[in-house]
Design a protein around this ligand. Sequence first.
Ligand code: PEP
Length: 284
Amino acid sequence: MVRKFFVGGNWKCNGTAEEVKKIVTVLNEAEVPSEDVEFGIVILFEPHVTACNPSCDLGSLNLMHRLLFFFGSEVVVSPPFVFLPMVKGLLRPDFQVAAQNCWVRRGGAFTGEISAEMLLNVGIPWVILGHSERRSLLNESNEFVGDKVAYALSLGLKVIACIGETLQQRESGSTMAVVAAQTKAIAAKVSYWDNVVLAYEPVWAIGTGKVATPVQAQEVHLELRKWLHDNVGAEVAVSTRIIYGGSVTGANCKELAGQPDVDGFLVGGASLKPEFIDIIKSAT
Ligand code: PEP
């Protein structure tokens, strides 16, 4: 399996029905290379080789997974809950839709919540979980996020799992400890990673206009991949997409996309604007 470039648009709590329709129209009219025209050099990869050999060289395996010349990214947009069916109905078929959250267990007496079962019932394949705004404003703990990810996956949803450090944590040198603890809480509950995209979103970069430099992003992504290698497995480490989020724009996406361990983006503010199309195209 190769790591297909992934671009998510997190619309957060924004938009009226009319505004949402306008965004969908821009997406539908955009000329982006679709999965239909994907082509490339596919390198055969034998998972059992690495599974049996945990000491394999992560660098060379990583290169193998990136050695695919392709056109087309996997694109997933995430409108507010109330607009999900409308967006799903209007959106071009080569783009997909994600919810921005779901409940941690089976639905029931949980006023105000939306269950994973409901998302599947209305045909929503993806969900964003553990976004820093929910972690900080709604006190979602690492363990709670881990439980949510595990439950959503167990029903068949695909998950964009968000992790990331605050400015204070970065300045105190604990970035890797923080993101490792967040990832560990997910890994403790999850054994099947094919439907997980890990979104590294430094809190200090979200909605602030302060984007991580390509070097800063690559450094954390590589460390995360090593963490996955050492704590989950070689195959999961090379096949899991690790995307970056935090003030990505049409202007800065290309350089970030050029980093070997940056497999795409989760985009907030810029996903509401036409420049999102440039971000979708940034891997080509
Ligand atoms: C986000 O909220 O996931 C995000 C990355 O926001 P922004 O792009 O606006 O920083």
